[in-house]
Design a protein around this ligand. Sequence first.
Ligand code: OOG
Ligand code: MG
Length: 254
Amino acid sequence: MSPHDSIVTLLDDAARLARAVPQFDTDNCLSLPEAYTIQSASIARRVARGERRVGVKMGFTSRAKMAQMGLSDVIWGRLTDAMQIEEGASVQRSRFVHPRVEPELAFLLKKPLAGNVTTVEALAAVEAIAPALEIIDSRYQDFKFTLPEVIADNASSSGFVVGGWHDPRTDFRNLGLVMSIDGRPVQIGSTAALLGDPLRSLVAAARLSAAAGEPLQAGWTVLAGGATPAEWIHPGQHVAVEMQGLGGAAFHLS
Ligand code: OOG
Ligand code: MG
């Protein structure tokens, strides 16, 4: 028994049953390493239920996201196959507590990538890039949390949609993007918002996941982080992102 078992159960049940839970660390007792241990243990429960690890998502890699959530450290979370939503598919609102959506860039890896790598080494491990949408869904009431709390909650990971994969040998450091809800543009941004170069987000993913003993694997997807503030989504809405030169990705919330 670990002293954090009850928190692991609380957060895993909250995600599984789409039920909000109160914040548990309002007096800041939890350290960041402890928070990642809780995240890892809650993902282990998902894997024990049959889910498969398919990659990593980065968080707070843009100023827009840091400002929206009031937190400024880059964080990461673990992605499983159950979180992936087929491009263009309909997903049920009942899966989520209070979902939001944000536009992201996705990397598909062709080689493992671990440790302190350069952006050139990171690019050499990339098979393809794609526009993506992340559905984030904090398990905490009112979508409010401290840094250790959101890390323990797997960085609000809940769903993601990836568009068509493209050759990464293009300059994708400053691609314009538009996220629309029901055809109405709601956020406009650029991939440059991601640490100035989305490859820096992949470099951070390589370093942080290797330090946790789970180096990035060939075939994994890495989400580079929300490039704009996230938007609330509601049943009946159609959400789409269009990225300069890379096409789009979309889903419907039913
Ligand atoms: C935390 C997750 C942050 C991103 O792309 O910055 C994130 C949250 O905002 O709930 O996914
Ligand atoms: Mg995100």
